[in-house]
Design a binder for this molecule. Structure first.
Ligand code: PMP
Length: 329
Protein backbone atom coordinates (compact mmCIF):
# COMPACT_ATOMS: atom_id res chain seq x y z
CA UNK A 1 0.00 0.00 0.00
CA UNK A 2 3.02 2.31 -0.07
CA UNK A 3 6.48 2.50 -1.60
CA UNK A 4 8.73 1.06 1.05
CA UNK A 5 12.43 1.66 1.43
CA UNK A 6 13.18 -2.06 1.43
CA UNK A 7 16.12 -2.89 3.70
CA UNK A 8 14.91 -6.22 5.06
CA UNK A 9 16.18 -9.09 2.87
CA UNK A 10 19.77 -8.16 2.05
CA UNK A 11 19.25 -7.68 -1.68
CA UNK A 12 21.65 -5.51 -3.66
CA UNK A 13 20.44 -1.96 -4.34
CA UNK A 14 22.18 -2.11 -7.73
CA UNK A 15 20.82 -3.72 -10.92
CA UNK A 16 22.47 -6.72 -12.60
CA UNK A 17 25.27 -5.86 -15.06
CA UNK A 18 24.55 -4.87 -18.68
CA UNK A 19 25.66 -8.27 -19.97
CA UNK A 20 23.12 -10.01 -17.76
CA UNK A 21 20.28 -7.85 -19.06
CA UNK A 22 21.49 -8.41 -22.65
CA UNK A 23 21.66 -12.19 -22.12
CA UNK A 24 17.95 -12.26 -21.26
CA UNK A 25 17.01 -11.51 -24.85
CA UNK A 26 14.20 -12.55 -27.17
CA UNK A 27 16.03 -15.62 -28.41
CA UNK A 28 16.55 -16.88 -24.88
CA UNK A 29 12.90 -16.17 -24.14
CA UNK A 30 11.81 -18.10 -27.25
CA UNK A 31 14.04 -20.99 -26.19
CA UNK A 32 12.07 -21.30 -22.96
CA UNK A 33 10.05 -23.97 -24.77
CA UNK A 34 13.11 -26.18 -24.27
CA UNK A 35 14.22 -27.65 -20.95
CA UNK A 36 17.34 -26.20 -19.37
CA UNK A 37 20.64 -28.09 -19.45
CA UNK A 38 20.37 -30.55 -16.51
CA UNK A 39 24.17 -30.66 -16.29
CA UNK A 40 24.51 -26.84 -16.24
CA UNK A 41 27.68 -27.33 -18.31
CA UNK A 42 28.31 -23.77 -19.44
CA UNK A 43 27.84 -22.23 -16.01
CA UNK A 44 29.79 -24.96 -14.19
CA UNK A 45 32.66 -24.42 -16.59
CA UNK A 46 32.56 -20.67 -16.03
CA UNK A 47 32.48 -21.06 -12.24
CA UNK A 48 35.27 -23.67 -12.34
CA UNK A 49 37.39 -21.29 -14.43
CA UNK A 50 36.69 -18.42 -12.07
CA UNK A 51 37.77 -20.37 -8.98
CA UNK A 52 40.53 -22.47 -10.56
CA UNK A 53 38.79 -25.79 -9.89
CA UNK A 54 37.30 -28.48 -12.16
CA UNK A 55 33.62 -28.58 -13.20
CA UNK A 56 33.29 -31.79 -11.12
CA UNK A 57 34.03 -29.62 -8.07
CA UNK A 58 31.04 -27.36 -8.74
CA UNK A 59 27.35 -27.79 -7.85
CA UNK A 60 24.82 -25.35 -9.32
CA UNK A 61 21.40 -24.95 -7.76
CA UNK A 62 18.20 -23.02 -7.33
CA UNK A 63 19.54 -20.46 -4.84
CA UNK A 64 22.06 -21.37 -2.18
CA UNK A 65 19.11 -22.40 0.00
CA UNK A 66 18.77 -25.45 -2.24
CA UNK A 67 22.48 -26.33 -1.97
CA UNK A 68 22.25 -25.99 1.83
CA UNK A 69 19.08 -28.07 1.91
CA UNK A 70 20.76 -30.85 -0.07
CA UNK A 71 23.89 -30.61 2.09
CA UNK A 72 21.81 -31.25 5.21
CA UNK A 73 19.99 -34.14 3.53
CA UNK A 74 23.15 -35.60 2.09
CA UNK A 75 25.79 -35.27 4.82
CA UNK A 76 23.92 -34.79 8.10
CA UNK A 77 21.51 -37.74 7.95
CA UNK A 78 24.14 -40.35 8.91
CA UNK A 79 22.98 -40.47 12.54
CA UNK A 80 25.77 -38.31 13.97
CA UNK A 81 23.81 -35.09 13.56
CA UNK A 82 24.69 -31.50 12.77
CA UNK A 83 26.21 -28.61 14.72
CA UNK A 84 25.58 -24.90 14.19
CA UNK A 85 25.43 -21.69 16.23
CA UNK A 86 22.51 -20.57 18.41
CA UNK A 87 22.32 -17.35 16.42
CA UNK A 88 22.75 -17.98 12.71
CA UNK A 89 20.83 -18.40 9.45
CA UNK A 90 17.25 -19.40 10.29
CA UNK A 91 16.99 -22.09 7.64
CA UNK A 92 19.54 -24.42 9.36
CA UNK A 93 17.18 -25.50 12.16
CA UNK A 94 14.37 -25.79 9.60
CA UNK A 95 16.34 -28.25 7.44
CA UNK A 96 17.43 -30.20 10.53
CA UNK A 97 13.80 -30.47 11.71
CA UNK A 98 12.60 -31.49 8.27
CA UNK A 99 15.04 -34.41 8.11
CA UNK A 100 14.85 -35.29 11.84
CA UNK A 101 18.55 -34.58 12.24
CA UNK A 102 19.82 -34.31 15.85
CA UNK A 103 21.18 -30.80 16.42
CA UNK A 104 24.04 -29.65 18.63
CA UNK A 105 23.70 -25.92 19.22
CA UNK A 106 27.04 -24.18 19.71
CA UNK A 107 26.36 -20.85 21.48
CA UNK A 108 28.10 -17.75 20.22
CA UNK A 109 30.16 -15.86 22.80
CA UNK A 110 28.38 -12.93 24.56
CA UNK A 111 29.78 -10.53 21.94
CA UNK A 112 28.29 -12.82 19.20
CA UNK A 113 31.72 -13.96 18.00
CA UNK A 114 32.53 -17.61 17.34
CA UNK A 115 35.27 -19.39 19.28
CA UNK A 116 36.68 -21.74 16.63
CA UNK A 117 37.75 -24.21 19.34
CA UNK A 118 34.08 -24.82 20.18
CA UNK A 119 33.89 -26.65 16.85
CA UNK A 120 37.03 -28.80 17.20
CA UNK A 121 36.48 -32.56 17.09
CA UNK A 122 32.69 -32.45 17.08
CA UNK A 123 32.43 -35.58 14.93
CA UNK A 124 29.29 -34.48 13.08
CA UNK A 125 28.39 -32.26 10.15
CA UNK A 126 29.21 -28.62 10.91
CA UNK A 127 27.49 -25.66 9.26
CA UNK A 128 28.91 -22.16 9.69
CA UNK A 129 27.75 -19.01 7.93
CA UNK A 130 30.84 -16.85 7.32
CA UNK A 131 30.13 -13.97 7.67
CA UNK A 132 27.45 -15.08 10.07
CA UNK A 133 23.86 -13.89 9.72
CA UNK A 134 22.38 -11.80 11.22
CA UNK A 135 25.45 -10.70 13.21
CA UNK A 136 27.69 -10.01 10.19
CA UNK A 137 30.76 -11.18 12.12
CA UNK A 138 33.34 -13.26 10.25
CA UNK A 139 36.07 -15.74 11.10
CA UNK A 140 39.38 -15.52 9.26
CA UNK A 141 40.36 -18.18 6.73
CA UNK A 142 42.96 -19.47 9.18
CA UNK A 143 40.37 -19.84 11.91
CA UNK A 144 38.08 -21.73 9.52
CA UNK A 145 40.97 -23.95 8.48
CA UNK A 146 41.52 -24.85 12.14
CA UNK A 147 37.91 -26.07 12.35
CA UNK A 148 38.14 -28.00 9.08
CA UNK A 149 41.42 -29.68 10.14
CA UNK A 150 40.03 -30.58 13.54
CA UNK A 151 37.10 -32.47 11.96
CA UNK A 152 38.68 -34.71 9.31
CA UNK A 153 35.86 -37.27 9.44
CA UNK A 154 33.01 -34.78 9.19
CA UNK A 155 31.82 -32.46 6.47
CA UNK A 156 32.21 -28.76 7.23
CA UNK A 157 29.78 -26.60 5.25
CA UNK A 158 30.77 -22.93 5.04
CA UNK A 159 27.90 -20.71 3.90
CA UNK A 160 29.54 -17.71 2.22
CA UNK A 161 26.38 -15.90 1.09
CA UNK A 162 27.90 -12.58 2.25
CA UNK A 163 31.61 -13.22 1.79
CA UNK A 164 32.11 -10.65 -1.00
CA UNK A 165 31.45 -7.74 1.36
CA UNK A 166 34.70 -8.02 3.27
CA UNK A 167 35.39 -11.52 4.60
CA UNK A 168 37.94 -14.15 3.56
CA UNK A 169 36.63 -16.96 1.37
CA UNK A 170 37.47 -20.60 2.06
CA UNK A 171 37.07 -21.69 -1.59
CA UNK A 172 40.86 -22.08 -1.94
CA UNK A 173 40.85 -24.53 0.98
CA UNK A 174 38.53 -26.91 -0.91
CA UNK A 175 41.60 -27.89 -2.97
CA UNK A 176 43.30 -29.20 0.19
CA UNK A 177 40.44 -30.48 2.35
CA UNK A 178 38.04 -33.11 0.95
CA UNK A 179 35.67 -32.52 3.90
CA UNK A 180 34.97 -28.86 3.06
CA UNK A 181 31.98 -27.61 1.09
CA UNK A 182 31.75 -23.87 0.40
CA UNK A 183 28.32 -22.53 -0.58
CA UNK A 184 27.89 -19.19 -2.34
CA UNK A 185 25.12 -17.32 -4.12
CA UNK A 186 24.38 -14.84 -6.92
CA UNK A 187 21.64 -13.32 -4.75
CA UNK A 188 23.63 -10.70 -2.85
CA UNK A 189 26.88 -9.38 -4.36
CA UNK A 190 25.75 -10.25 -7.91
CA UNK A 191 22.32 -8.62 -7.72
CA UNK A 192 20.35 -11.69 -8.83
CA UNK A 193 18.20 -12.71 -5.85
CA UNK A 194 15.15 -13.08 -8.08
CA UNK A 195 16.95 -15.37 -10.53
CA UNK A 196 17.54 -17.98 -7.79
CA UNK A 197 21.09 -19.08 -8.42
CA UNK A 198 23.46 -20.59 -5.88
CA UNK A 199 26.44 -22.91 -6.05
CA UNK A 200 28.78 -25.01 -3.99
CA UNK A 201 32.46 -25.79 -4.41
CA UNK A 202 34.10 -28.87 -2.94
CA UNK A 203 35.66 -32.25 -3.43
CA UNK A 204 34.15 -34.20 -6.35
CA UNK A 205 32.75 -36.83 -3.97
CA UNK A 206 30.86 -34.19 -1.95
CA UNK A 207 29.51 -32.65 -5.15
CA UNK A 208 28.38 -36.05 -6.42
CA UNK A 209 26.29 -36.51 -3.28
CA UNK A 210 24.48 -33.23 -3.95
CA UNK A 211 24.06 -34.14 -7.62
CA UNK A 212 22.54 -37.51 -6.67
CA UNK A 213 19.79 -35.72 -4.75
CA UNK A 214 19.28 -33.15 -7.50
CA UNK A 215 18.94 -35.77 -10.23
CA UNK A 216 16.51 -37.72 -8.03
CA UNK A 217 14.29 -34.73 -7.33
CA UNK A 218 14.57 -31.88 -9.83
CA UNK A 219 17.22 -32.23 -12.55
CA UNK A 220 16.14 -29.01 -14.31
CA UNK A 221 16.49 -27.05 -11.08
CA UNK A 222 18.08 -23.99 -12.71
CA UNK A 223 16.05 -22.45 -15.53
CA UNK A 224 17.48 -21.44 -18.93
CA UNK A 225 17.38 -17.69 -18.33
CA UNK A 226 19.12 -18.00 -14.98
CA UNK A 227 21.87 -20.23 -16.38
CA UNK A 228 22.56 -17.62 -19.05
CA UNK A 229 22.39 -14.72 -16.64
CA UNK A 230 24.81 -16.43 -14.26
CA UNK A 231 27.44 -17.02 -16.94
CA UNK A 232 27.05 -13.42 -18.14
CA UNK A 233 27.48 -12.09 -14.60
CA UNK A 234 30.75 -13.98 -14.12
CA UNK A 235 32.13 -12.28 -17.21
CA UNK A 236 31.54 -8.85 -15.66
CA UNK A 237 33.02 -9.35 -12.23
CA UNK A 238 34.60 -5.86 -12.23
CA UNK A 239 31.14 -4.31 -12.18
CA UNK A 240 30.14 -6.40 -9.16
CA UNK A 241 33.43 -5.74 -7.37
CA UNK A 242 32.80 -2.00 -7.74
CA UNK A 243 29.26 -2.43 -6.34
CA UNK A 244 30.62 -4.38 -3.37
CA UNK A 245 33.16 -1.62 -2.69
CA UNK A 246 30.37 0.97 -2.79
CA UNK A 247 28.29 -1.09 -0.37
CA UNK A 248 31.25 -1.49 2.00
CA UNK A 249 31.74 2.32 1.92
CA UNK A 250 28.07 2.98 2.55
CA UNK A 251 28.13 0.44 5.38
CA UNK A 252 31.01 2.26 7.11
CA UNK A 253 29.29 5.62 6.69
CA UNK A 254 25.93 4.29 7.92
CA UNK A 255 27.59 2.66 10.91
CA UNK A 256 29.20 5.96 11.89
CA UNK A 257 25.90 7.78 11.60
CA UNK A 258 24.02 5.12 13.59
CA UNK A 259 26.65 5.26 16.33
CA UNK A 260 26.30 9.04 16.44
CA UNK A 261 22.61 8.44 17.23
CA UNK A 262 23.57 6.14 20.11
CA UNK A 263 23.29 2.78 18.37
CA UNK A 264 25.84 0.03 18.86
CA UNK A 265 26.61 -2.06 15.77
CA UNK A 266 28.51 -5.29 15.35
CA UNK A 267 31.62 -5.24 13.13
CA UNK A 268 29.67 -6.47 10.11
CA UNK A 269 31.49 -7.83 7.07
CA UNK A 270 28.20 -8.35 5.23
CA UNK A 271 25.81 -6.14 3.23
CA UNK A 272 23.82 -5.38 6.37
CA UNK A 273 24.32 -3.86 9.80
CA UNK A 274 23.12 -5.42 13.04
CA UNK A 275 22.31 -2.62 15.45
CA UNK A 276 20.62 -1.86 18.75
CA UNK A 277 19.81 1.29 20.65
CA UNK A 278 20.03 1.27 24.47
CA UNK A 279 16.82 3.27 24.77
CA UNK A 280 14.71 1.39 22.23
CA UNK A 281 12.90 -1.93 22.10
CA UNK A 282 13.74 -3.87 18.92
CA UNK A 283 10.14 -4.76 18.09
CA UNK A 284 9.09 -1.15 18.59
CA UNK A 285 11.83 0.16 16.32
CA UNK A 286 10.92 -2.33 13.62
CA UNK A 287 7.19 -1.44 13.75
CA UNK A 288 7.69 2.31 13.86
CA UNK A 289 10.11 2.23 10.96
CA UNK A 290 7.60 0.18 9.01
CA UNK A 291 4.84 2.72 9.76
CA UNK A 292 7.18 5.34 8.33
CA UNK A 293 7.86 3.38 5.17
CA UNK A 294 11.20 1.69 5.98
CA UNK A 295 11.40 -2.09 6.20
CA UNK A 296 14.18 -3.65 8.27
CA UNK A 297 14.42 -7.14 9.78
CA UNK A 298 13.95 -7.95 13.43
CA UNK A 299 14.25 -11.40 15.01
CA UNK A 300 12.01 -12.19 17.97
CA UNK A 301 14.60 -14.53 19.49
CA UNK A 302 16.68 -14.83 22.66
CA UNK A 303 19.71 -12.49 22.91
CA UNK A 304 18.93 -10.55 19.72
CA UNK A 305 15.36 -9.28 20.22
CA UNK A 306 16.49 -5.68 20.63
CA UNK A 307 18.54 -5.65 17.45
CA UNK A 308 17.44 -4.66 13.99
CA UNK A 309 19.17 -5.89 10.85
CA UNK A 310 19.49 -3.20 8.23
CA UNK A 311 20.38 -4.05 4.64
CA UNK A 312 22.87 -1.61 3.11
CA UNK A 313 21.11 0.14 0.24
CA UNK A 314 21.98 3.22 -1.76
CA UNK A 315 23.18 6.39 -0.01
CA UNK A 316 19.71 7.87 -0.57
CA UNK A 317 18.03 4.87 1.08
CA UNK A 318 20.38 5.14 4.05
CA UNK A 319 19.58 8.87 4.32
CA UNK A 320 15.89 7.99 4.43
CA UNK A 321 16.47 5.41 7.15
CA UNK A 322 18.57 7.75 9.29
CA UNK A 323 16.15 10.61 8.92
CA UNK A 324 13.28 8.38 10.15
CA UNK A 325 15.42 7.05 13.02
CA UNK A 326 16.36 10.58 14.13
CA UNK A 327 12.68 11.47 14.21
CA UNK A 328 11.79 8.36 16.18
CA UNK A 329 14.51 8.59 18.77
N1 PMP B 1 22.67 -18.22 3.54
C1 PMP B 1 22.48 -17.11 4.27
C2 PMP B 1 23.31 -16.89 5.49
C3 PMP B 1 21.48 -16.19 3.88
O1 PMP B 1 21.24 -15.10 4.63
C4 PMP B 1 20.73 -16.43 2.71
C5 PMP B 1 19.70 -15.41 2.24
N2 PMP B 1 18.48 -15.48 2.84
C6 PMP B 1 20.95 -17.62 2.02
C7 PMP B 1 21.95 -18.47 2.44
C8 PMP B 1 20.13 -18.02 0.83
O2 PMP B 1 20.26 -17.22 -0.24
P1 PMP B 1 19.79 -17.67 -1.69
O3 PMP B 1 18.93 -18.91 -1.56
O4 PMP B 1 19.05 -16.51 -2.23
O5 PMP B 1 21.05 -17.99 -2.43
Amino acid sequence: DQQYVKLNTNESPYPPSAGVIAALNNKEAADLRLYSDPECKELKKALAGYYGVEPENVYVGNGSDEALNFAFLSYATDGRGVAFADITYGFYPVFADLYHIPVQIVPLKPDFSIDPKDYYGLNKTIVIANPNAPTGLALSRDEMEGIIKANPDSVVVVDEAYVDFGAESCVELTKTYPNLLVVQTFSKSRSMAGARLGYAIGDAALIQDLEAIRFSTNPYNVNRLTLRAGAAALAEQDYYDANCAAIVDTRADTKRRLEALGFTCTDSRANFLFARHPAADGGDLYRRLKERGVLVRRFDAPRIGDYIRITIGTRAQMDALLERLEGLL
